[in-house]
Design a protein around this ligand. Structure first.
Ligand code: SF4
Length: 687
């Protein structure tokens, strides 16, 4: 490790999308601690992952430090020089593109990496590979947010800021968001608001911790969000709480929407959702009568085969009540990974250039063709979840995966494994030899957030800096890797610094037009970042969206009807399985599992069983159980309680041991192809 002169390096947490600011404390060339900073979203707070889980992985002894290339004779991954590995990568992508065309390759971007890395990865896919088959892991979490909010409001992002929705709300409504575990620092601020007197409505199938502080907890049946939202909107309208002036002046489609929700009586919705009809009406009236009432939601809304409808139905509620475009209100998706907002903003999606500019729009395409000096493909590419099917049937033959581990994280592990094994050529750029990297033909050792300049964009659209604190010998900057591959593929791309890359982003992306490293580091905005839209170098950024008008003009009501989940319980698989997160680990555990203290809290999977179900199965708390679905089976540990309702179970998705994704259903949302992680049918038996 090379010693650096600085002792404290201000940066942004690499875990969830809260975007907490802290200093990495560096001593003798190693990071030894973190120190909370007064950032705009964390205001001096950090959670256990930020405090303890943010640097051991950077310096872990199992970091990859040399490229690996599979020896086709022995089948083993063997160390190789950077020159040889990069030549081999370019040679094979060129071969496949020459044989079956540019759309027979694809690239997945890392939503934990910097905006500058992601921009260059999508540029590599489009300008050097010649395909729009590029995507990021929003596809398996908040893609319905991007689509659903764009359709209804015009921008697929959080409408307000974390401080705004937690400082002085009258009522907070949380839907499908276990905020104290998944986004703990926002959870702390929600809890503080409740302690100061804000009312709280929790809509969630489990007794999550924050539900104990709720004025109303609607413990609804998994997969029934759209029925709930339609019934909630009907109750608003029937209580005279629809904001007629707002609806008239700012929206369209209300008459058809009001007619559609009329059949969602509180009694019918109570039956569908397994909730109390009076509680539904009381919740709607509490929300509707409040002046400042944000809706906060997360993956409990999006990870369904009706995820986009679920998001649109929350927009319906906020528009109906006139609670958009003003302080303390809005529709507020809490994004999962630290930079998944940025990964979408940077154009790592198959239909969009950076800034959600459509690849199918000739004028937009001409702008990028002029800037990049290359002809670009017109047709939107395949979404990541569609790529797996395309790998199996030979339409996708080459894949570049940057910092993602779909074997661990994507639904239906057998499906993912068989798809990846069908590939002609797989490259993985990562920090560790993950389960996915073990399948690769070439593995390239990239760099973590603590080894690079760049920016992350948090859930409230706030662009903040990351900075290098250490250097791990043998690794290379990811932008250097992509640039080297582009040049070897025949696309002349000069090596650019992260600041120069952000300047290129700004020159081509209106919503980032006023964002630069120089500005983020300068006295004017230092410490608070910039929230897009920020179109010009003198623009202050936009804390609250849709003030005075929606991005799309008029907000549009969606008339989505409730549809049942793809897979419902049956005689053979009588229980519903949901998946989610725990406080002390983060997603695939690639980072948090390298911190001993976090593993000591828990390092293996478990299943929450309702006590009545457990009694019927003869299962006691702590027993080993076999959990089976139509796709696979695992062995894990039973946790018996009333946290889930009878007939419903829940598992974390973090762990290799007893990974829930051997069970989950890869049925996809119609619009944006997110898998239905939150509902599948399982059978549980004692081992
Ligand atoms: Fe990091 Fe999220 Fe915890 Fe903040 S809340 S310290 S961003 S994991």
């Amino acid at each position: 490790y090379r010693s650096w002169e600085v002792g404290y390096v201000r940066t942004t947490c690499p875990h969830c999308a809260t975007g907490c600011q802290y200093d990495l404390v560096v001593k003798d060339g190693r990071i030894v601690d973190t120190r909370a900073a007064d950032g705009p979203s964390n205001r001096g707070r950090l959670c256990v992952k930020g405090r303890s889980g943010s640097f051991d992985f950077v310096q872990s002894s199992d970091r990859l430090t040399t490229p690996l290339v599979r020896n086709r004779a022995t089948g083993e991954l063997e160390p190789a020089s950077w020159e040889a590995a990069l030549d081999y990568v370019a040679e094979n992508f060129k071969r496949i593109i020459g044989e079956t065309g540019p759309d027979s390759v694809a690239a997945f971007a890392c939503s934990r990496s910097a905006n500058e890395d992601i921009y260059m990865l999508q540029k590599m896919a489009r300008a050097a590979f010649g395909t729009n088959n590029v995507d990021n892991c929003a596809r398996v979490c908040h893609a319905p947010t991007v689509a659903g909010l764009a359709i209804t409001l015009g921008s697929g992002a959080m409408t307000n800021t974390i401080a705004d929705i937690t400082d002085t709300p009258d009522v907070i409504m949380m839907v499908g968001s276990n905020i104290e575990e998944a986004h703990p620092v926002i959870g702390m601020q929600v809890r503080a608001a409740v302690e100061r007197g804000s009312k709280l409505i929790v809509v969630d199938p489990r007794d999550i911790r924050i539900a104990s502080r709720a004025d109303i907890h609607l413990k609804l049946r998994p997969g029934t969000n759209v029925a709930f939202a339609n019934g909630f909107a009907r109750a608003l309208i029937h209580a005279g709480l629809a904001d007629k002036a707002f609806i008239e002046e700012r929206t369209e489609g209300f008459a058809a929407f009001a007619a559609m929700v009329e059949s969602y009586t509180s009694e019918r919705v109570a039956e569908i959702c397994h909730i109390d009809a009076d509680d539904l009406v009381a919740a709607a009236e509490l929300y509707g009568r409040a002046d400042r009432a944000p809706i906060i939601y997360c993956l409990g809304v999006t990870e369904h085969s009706t995820g986009t409808e679920g998001v649109m139905s929350l927009s319906n509620i906020a528009m109906c009540a006139g609670k958009l475009g003003r302080p303390g209100c809005g529709v507020n998706p809490i994004r999962g990974q630290n930079n998944v907002q940025g990964a979408c903003d940077m154009g790592a999606t198959p239909a969009d250039f950076p800034g959600y500019q459509k690849v199918a729009n000739a004028e937009v395409r001409a702008k990028f063709e002029n800037a990049w000096g290359v002809s670009l493909p017109e047709a939107p590419g395949l979404m990541a979840t569609e790529c797996f099917g395309a790998m199996k049937d030979g339409r996708i033959r080459g894949l570049f995966i940057f910092g993602e581990d779909p074997v661990r994280t994507d639904a239906d592990t057998n499906h993912v494994l068989s798809a990846l094994r069908s590939l002609d050529f797989l490259v993985v750029d990562d920090l560790f030899l993950t389960e996915t990297a073990e399948l690769a033909d070439v593995v390239l050792p990239g760099r973590s957030y603590a080894e690079k300049e760049g920016t992350f964009t948090n859930t409230e659209r706030r662009v903040q800096r990351i900075r290098p604190a250490v250097e791990i010998e043998g690794t290379r900057p990811d932008t250097w890797i992509f640039t080297e591959i582009m040049n070897r593929m025949g696309y002349a791309q000069p090596h650019l610094s992260a600041a120069e890359i952000m300047d290129e982003v700004a020159s081509l992306t209106p919503s980032y037009g006023g964002i630069s490293h120089e500005r983020l580091d300068g006295a004017e905005v230092a410490g608070r970042g910039l929230q897009w839209p920020c179109p010009t170098p003198d623009a202050p950024g936009t804390p609250i969206m849709h003030v005075g008008g929606f991005t799309r003009g008029r907000g549009t009501f969606s008339d989505a009807e409730y549809r049942a989940s793809d897979e419902l319980p049956c005689e053979e698989f009588p229980l519903v399985l949901m998946t989610g997160r725990v406080l002390h680990h983060y997603n695939a555990c690639a980072m948090t599992s390298r911190t001993e203290g976090l593993n000591a809290i828990g390092d293996s999977s478990f299943i929450e069983l309702n006590d009545a179900d457990a009694a019927a199965l003869g299962v006691a708390d702590g027993d080993a159980v076999r959990v089976a679905s139509r796709r696979g089976e695992i062995v894990t540990t039973a946790r018996v309680s009333a946290k889930t309702s009878p007939g419903e179970t829940w598992m974390p998705f973090h762990f290799q041991d007893g990974n829930a994704n051997w069970l989950t259903n890869a049925a996809l949302d119609d619009v944006c192809k997110v898998p239905e992680y939150k509902v599948c049918a399982v059978a549980v038996s004692r081992v």
